[in-house]
Design a protein around this ligand. Structure first.
Ligand code: ADP
Ligand code: MG
Length: 261
């Protein structure tokens, strides 16, 4: 709980409080409350277009709420100036939905990019960080390769190495397994678990991959029509009596979905 605009609980890393967001007439977030507990992995489920990416963008302040508040470690960030925000940004490591590597840069330069932008280091110090981060994602020695030479799964892992380049406190994963086959998806799941363990990070994973959700989540929440309708664990979501949750968990079409066939 919170008082006087500050979160009083030191274990809450990020908090969204009563966040509303619309694009023209489309209401995407309709009073979202979310707290990410330190060291936990929170999975956000929801159908395509539910507003999952929009939530992540509020956490890293790419978007700002129409109404409501966003806090990082008890500090309100939705109203911070760009200058103050630039000091907080390195605390967030964002794995984008489409990896978003720079095609014109090799692997080394892709991972070095945020390091050069935020830290003043010698080339060989940057090289050493790149080497460590590649080792962390299990891709040692590919510094000189180009994105075009990598498989989809490898691109994700390089993008992940880049996301952790500045030792973030929070890693945000936007559909990390989408487009990967089951074994390669599982490599990503294992990496999410490994990074949590080794880096003690707080993680938020947006997905509609139930296998992945069940494997990596400490906590699962489901977004539906602009609000969270479920907050529990991999165990309790299976036992949920809410039809909307059940349809999603079991991957079944609703009667409404089928009515138009
Ligand atoms: N910058 C934007 N401008 C207008 N509409 C947007 C913008 N960002 C997202 N939307 C819309 O908001 C809804 C939720 O988007 P998103 O969060 O990307 O969904 P998802 O849950 O699939 O990640 C979608 O209908 C999307 O078209
Ligand atoms: Mg999305």
């Amino acid at each position: 709980m919170s008082t006087a605009g500050k979160t009083s609980n030191g274990q809450i890393e990020v908090e969204l409080r009563n966040v509303h967001k619309r694009f023209d007439k489309l209401v995407v977030l309709d009073g979202v409350n979310l707290d990410l507990r330190r060291g936990e992995t929170t999975v956000i489920l929801g159908e395509s277009g539910a507003g999952k990416s929009v939530i992540l963008k509020h956490i890293v302040r790419v978007l700002r709420p129409d109404k409501g508040e966003v806090y990082f470690r008890g500090r309100r960030i939705d109203e911070l100036s760009e200058r103050k925000l630039s000091r907080i940004r390195p605390e967030f490591g964002f794995l984008f939905q489409l990896s978003a590597l720079f095609d014109s840069m090799n692997v080394r330069d892709n991972i070095a990019f945020p390091i050069i932008e935020h830290r003043r280091l010698k080339d060989r110090e940057v090289d050493e960080i790149v080497r460590q981060k590649l080792a962390m994602v299990g891709l040692s020695g590919i510094e000189k390769k180009w994105p075009a030479e990598l498989s989809g799964g490898q691109k994700k892992r390089v993008a992940l190495a880049r996301a952790i380049a500045l030792d973030p406190k929070i890693i945000l994963y936007d559909e990390p397994t989408t487009g990967l086959d089951p074994p390669r998806s599982d490599v990503i799941n294992e990496l999410i678990l490994k990074l949590k363990r080794k880096l003690n990070v707080t993680s938020i994973v947006v997905t509609h991959d139930m296998t992945s959700a069940m494997k990596v989540a400490d906590r699962i929440m489901m977004l539906y029509h602009g609000k969270f309708i479920f907050d529990g664990t991999p165990q309790t979501i299976k036992e949920s009596s809410d039809e909307r949750v059940q349809h999603f968990v079991e991957g079944r079409a609703t009667e409404e979905d089928l009515a138009s066939l």
